[in-house]
Design a protein around this ligand. Structure first.
Ligand code: FMN
Length: 181
């Protein structure tokens, strides 16, 4: 059996929108802290906006491509993972920057599941707009994904097309399609 936490994790689109507190937020990012990374560089940084902070939350939503804001607007928190492109020790390119940031983001997702919430990552965002909103230097930093986190709600709250996706069976490749001996 795969670990129970892995069985429980998925990426829902229906969220209650309820508020989460500082302790919960801290635990999500604490999980990212412990992700493995090349040379222990920890190239990730995270920016977040709480749903309760309407103005900032709206700015995050505006960076998402169509199809995402319609459900992500009910997450409790929107997080943006940002990857640093170079090693801090010697300034050389770190070719694992997106890999390791994605790995840290998976930790956040699993921690959310362990806390009774779920997380849904999104690559569907406007890169230039996000870089501008966060005031990043694109030579040094690259947003990797948005992460919506919150308590799951029922599929009935979603518009028809999204409800269909929410209730569709989850699919995966067979192990023999991606594992070679
Ligand atoms: C890097 C990344 C980008 C993704 N982008 C989107 C997205 O823009 N919109 C969306 O609805 N889901 C997005 N997803 C969620 C995937 O569609 C989802 O993880 C996949 O279908 C597997 O479903 P599961 O997470 O429920 O197991 C993204 C996931 C990852 C890891």
């Amino acid at each position: 059996m795969t670990a129970e936490l892995l069985q429980k994790r998925w990426s829902p689109r229906s969220y209650t929108g309820e508020t989460i507190d500082d302790e919960q937020i801290g635990l999500l990012f604490e999980a990212a802290r412990w992700a493995p990374s090349s040379m222990n560089e920890q190239p990730w940084s995270y920016y977040y906006a709480l749903r309760s902070d309407n103005e900032k939350f709206e700015k995050f939503l505006e960076c998402l491509k169509p199809g995402n804001p319609v459900w992500a607007k009910n997450a409790s928190i929107l997080i943006i993972g940002v990857a640093r492109k170079h090693f801090t020790s010697n300034g050389k390119p770190n070719r694992h920057y997106l890999h390791d940031t994605g790995s840290a983001s998976s930790m956040i997702a699993l921690q959310a599941t362990a806390m009774g919430m779920q997380a849904h990552q999104m690559g569907g965002f406007y890169m230039d707009k996000t870089i501008e909103m966060l005031n990043l230097d694109p030579d040094k930093y690259e947003p990797s994904s948005f992460i919506a986190v919150g308590y799951q709600a029922g599929p009935d709250l979603l518009p028809d097309d999204i409800r269909k996706k929410e209730t569709a069976p989850r699919s995966r490749k067979d192990i023999n399609e991606f594992v070679y001996k």
